[in-house]
Design a protein around this ligand. Structure first.
Ligand SMILES: Nc1ncnc2c1ncn2[C@@H]1O[C@H](COP(=O)(O)OP(=O)(O)OP(=O)(O)O)[C@@H](O)[C@H]1O
Ligand SMILES: [Mg+2]
Length: 173
């Protein structure tokens, strides 16, 4: 969550749901491969309602936990999944009225050790939620076929850059 780096941006078109699943798997495997995530990785998932943030999160979690039921954290705001490698915290801050409410979620205690935090609607947590290592922005362009999405992935820290570079390698293989 720290360290200066040039911002690295990658853009893709996701033609269908399977393309989003493949991207989530490649990203998850990059997280698994990176010892950097031992210090924790914060991933902001941006995009409008229905852009595919939860869909991406489910595929990410199921890379580590195949078949895992992934509940929407819309009301609980966070659902956590312990894997043998990292703990995944899936946040949805859409219903947060005031960022101060994050105190009740004890985020400082949650975001310790080896974790990946996937954060839907991170804007609602500003300025209290920790900064992103990686920002994944999904767009559902109007007028496009219904499964078509655009995605932009940007690294904002040294750790984030290492993970995104590993993901790019995974996708080429
Ligand atoms: N290429 C694609 N990638 C992701 N989702 C897709 C794609 N094509 C179609 N979908 C569908 O779009 C929907 C995305 O819903 P999802 O709940 O993931 O959105 P969201 O961004 O989490 O919205 P919200 O802000 O309401 O939480 C799902 O029903 C999914 O099946
Ligand atoms: Mg969602």
């Amino acid at each position: 969550m720290s360290g200066n780096t040039d911002v690295v941006t990658n853009q893709f078109t996701l033609g269908d749901e399977q393309a989003t699943i493949n991207l989530a798997h490649a990203f998850a495997l990059a997280c698994e491969a990176s010892t950097a995530v031992n210090k924790g990785l914060v991933v902001y998932l941006k995009g409008d309602l229905g852009a595919g943030k939860s869909f991406f999160s489910r595929a990410f979690i199921q890379t580590f936990l195949p078949g895992q039921k992934v509940k929407s954290p819309t009301y609980t705001m966070v659902e956590s999944y312990k894997t043998s490698i990292v703990t995944i915290h899936h946040f949805d801050l859409y219903r947060l009225c005031d960022p101060e409410e994050l105190e009740y979620l004890a985020i400082r205690d949650l975001l310790l050790g080896s974790f990946v935090a996937l954060v839907e609607w991170p804007q609602k947590g500003e300025p209290i939620f920790p900064d992103a290592d990686v920002v994944i922005e999904l767009q559902h362009p109007p007028g496009f076929e219904s499964e078509n999405r655009k995605v932009e992935i940007t690294a904002h820290s040294t750790v984030g850059k290492a993970v995104v570079e590993q993901m790019m390698t995974n996708m080429r293989e």
